[in-house]
Design a binder for this molecule. Structure first.
Ligand SMILES: *Cc1c(COP(=O)(O)O)cnc(C)c1O
Length: 413
């Protein structure tokens, strides 16, 4: 059984060229105009909207001050003074740019120090930095897998995993979301030179958790490797803040853990925590690492400060979890399905236009909650995505609940 669930939406590209027919638009400009029109007709056109303040629980956007429920800054570290001070010191000492790929002269002591701290944080032999989570997923999957191999990927995995699977040229077997029984059957059915299962730990747009204990047992039973993307779990889950793998005690069974530095850790970049031979292979083979300029040393310094903070002090995580419990019980009381599993709470609305309307309604009441539409989520499941941060106050959380109550009353009326 090949379960072919692809959440990517292809915009119909059959209207090409000079749309208004006046012959003076560029060729590529014509393509762009046609696609943008099609996106707008489906309610799927997106626009950038710059912040006019620092990242934080309250931000300025479009001249308005709004409580921010759309960032992944789960611990409120993105604008923390100690991270900025660490980056500033590294900037003064080392300048702005790494100047080259790490394999040339872009490798610095800041990179080394951060990798050592990350390996200690994760309890692995090694950690390898990547320039982003996207680059990590694409680089790792294409480094480890080739045309003779099979990759088993959850239907709701992040786009960077989808792209990494495609780039690897391995056979892609997509299993229904979090369905360990189906995964077991697929592992029985599909053989290959190498087999690897890859999943988000916290799903980015739903906030639910992968059944990792069962998946790890299946991998062991079938001799497959397991890679877990902890983008929304790093700094949020686990007794030491290392993620869901740590929380479930599966460190020995998950050979490749991707963690991000740009979400809860408030900096930028990502890493793979793994055994030393895997780390060395990635340095040799991961093209997004080999053929890309290294992270600026100042970014590494900020991330090091964040890792130290998370390891030394659980207070931010505790505060985040108090908000998670408060919001989950408030949502349940309002009749929205919600559980305290992670800092991400979807309110599924359905059509993209409806999600945009709901987002505008909340914005009128002082809340920034962006609408999430295809291809980020499957068709028909456009939603509001609330993400909580330790930097919120209880009053912020309660304001969100009040506005949602008003919105749902308006919807029923
Ligand atoms: C954000 C995200 C990534 C990409 O990480 P970046 O550092 O932002 O490139 C990868 N996987 C998941 C699940 C994510 O949510």
């Amino acid at each position: 059984m090949d379960v072919d669930v692809d959440v990517d939406v292809d915009v119909d590209g059959d209207v090409d060229g000079d749309v208004d027919g006046d012959g003076d638009a560029g060729v590529a400009v014509g393509w762009a105009e046609a696609e943008l029109t099609a996106l707008a007709q489906k309610g799927l056109r997106r626009q950038l909207e710059p912040l006019e303040s620092a990242q934080g629980p309250v931000v300025r956007v479009g001249g308005r001050t709004l409580v921010n429920f759309s960032s992944n800054d789960y611990l409120g570290l993105a604008a923390a003074p100690d991270l900025a001070a660490a980056a500033a010191a590294a900037l003064s000492a080392g300048g702005t740019g790494a100047g080259a790929s790490r394999l040339l002269v872009g490798d610095t002591l800041e990179h080394r120090r951060l990798e050592e701290e990350l390996a200690a944080f994760e309890g692995t032999e090694a950690a390898v930095l990547f320039n982003s989570g996207y680059a990590a997923n694409v680089g790792v999957l294409s480094a480890l897998l080739g045309p003779e191999d099979v990759v088993f990927s959850d239907a709701l995995n992040h786009a960077s995993i989808v792209d990494g699977c495609r780039l690897s040229r391995a056979r892609i077997v997509i299993y229904p979301h979090s369905d360990a029984d189906a995964l077991g059957q697929l592992l029985t059915a599909h053989t290959g030179r190498r087999r690897l299962v890859v999943t988000d730990s916290v799903f980015s747009m739903d906030g639910d958790l992968a059944p990792l204990t069962r998946i790890a047992a299946l991998c062991r039973e079938h001799g497959a490797a397991l890679m877990v993307d902890e983008a929304h779990a790093t700094g949020v889950l686990g007794p030491g803040g290392a993620g869901l793998v740590e929380q479930l005690g599966l460190q020995e069974q998950v050979e490749l853990r991707m963690g991000t530095l740009g979400k809860a850790l408030g900096a930028y970049g990502a890493y793979i925590a793994c055994a030393r031979p895997l780390a060395e292979l990635l340095v040799n083979r991961a093209r997004s690492l080999v053929f890309s300029t290294a992270l600026p040393p100042a970014v590494c310094a900020a991330a090091s400060a964040a890792v130290k903070r998370v390891r030394a002090d659980g207070a931010l995580r505790e505060r985040l979890w108090r908000h998670i419990h408060r919001f989950a019980s408030g949502l349940s009381a309002l009749g929205f399905p919600a559980e305290p599993r992670s800092a991400v709470f979807p309110v599924v609305v359905g059509a993209p236009e409806a999600a945009l309307e709901a987002s505008a309604f909340l914005r009128e009441r002082g809340l920034l909650v962006k609408a999430i539409r295809p291809p980020t989520v499957p068709q028909g499941t456009s939603r509001l995505r609330f993400s909580l941060s330790a930097s919120h106050t209880e009053a912020h959380v309660d304001a969100a609940l009040r506005a949602l109550e008003e919105w749902s009353r308006g919807r029923r009326a």
